[in-house]
Design a protein around this ligand. Structure first.
Ligand code: CA
Length: 225
């Protein structure tokens, strides 16, 4: 098992690297953000241990880059901060676990073992239907390689449909998942948003993906006529 450790506190690097090597892991160390990114691009790691406060490139940015390139490698964040907001932001950006400094080496090793045991996570950040790509991490949408700008609600609607290609969703199901419980408008809001979405992801392309099922609702699949 090969681990990438990105941390700029020399003492901590020494301690952690020694402890990991004693457990017979191979450990590569980068002491700044750009060095970490270079290693992450060059080798297939089984685990990344990443400090958030790094010179050269913030750890959060490095996390997003590594996750954007490799959806499966487990990432353990080390940080002095323990603000809940940071944690949420970093989990959303693809961190798997979080350890606040100072920590006991035994706890770090325990978490490392747990993450390695779990192995690569099938995160499937990018959902694909035909030539449509929806990246749930960056919330970017592309069709035939072209970037498509959606409003937050249009995106949420599309993500819901793309999650289960071929399935038909009633307007009530769509409202329940895409709007929230406080929504008390008319179900034709769904028709309105489907029309907006079609205008962006279907109308400019020869093959239509969003399907209307009369009397039932909507679905999305590979090439409806
Ligand atoms: Ca640091």
């Amino acid at each position: 098992m090969r681990i990438l450790l990105v941390e700029d506190e020399k003492k901590l690097v020494e301690l952690v690297a020694r402890a990991l090597r004693a457990e017979r892991y191979a450990v590569d160390v980068a002491e700044d953000g750009p060095g970490g990114w270079q290693l992450a691009q060059g080798y297939a790691y089984d685990l990344v241990i990443l400090d958030l406060m790094l010179p050269g490139l913030p750890g959060g940015e490095l996390l997003r880059r590594i996750r954007g390139r490799n959806h499966q490698v487990p990432i353990l964040i080390l940080t002095a901060r323990d603000a809940t907001l940071d944690k949420v932001a970093n989990f959303e950006a693809g961190a798997d676990d979080y350890l606040t400094k100072p920590f006991a080496l035994a706890e770090l090793l325990m978490r490392v073992k747990a993450l390695l045991r779990r192995g690569p996570v099938a995160r499937a950040s990018v959902l694909r239907v035909a030539d449509l790509e929806v990246d749930r991490l960056t919330q970017q949408v592309r069709r035939a390689g072209r970037r498509i700008e959606l409003t937050p609600k249009e995106y949420a609607l599309l993500e819901y449909l793309v999650t289960n290609p071929g399935r038909v969703f009633s307007r009530a199901m769509i409202i329940e998942h895409v709007w929230d419980q406080s929504f008390e408008g008319l179900t034709n809001i769904v028709d309105v948003y489907v029309r907006h979405l079609r205008g962006k992801i279907d109308d400019p392309f020869p093959v239509k993906l969003i399907r209307t099922v009369r009397g039932v609702g909507y679905g999305l699949d590979e090439g409806a006529a």
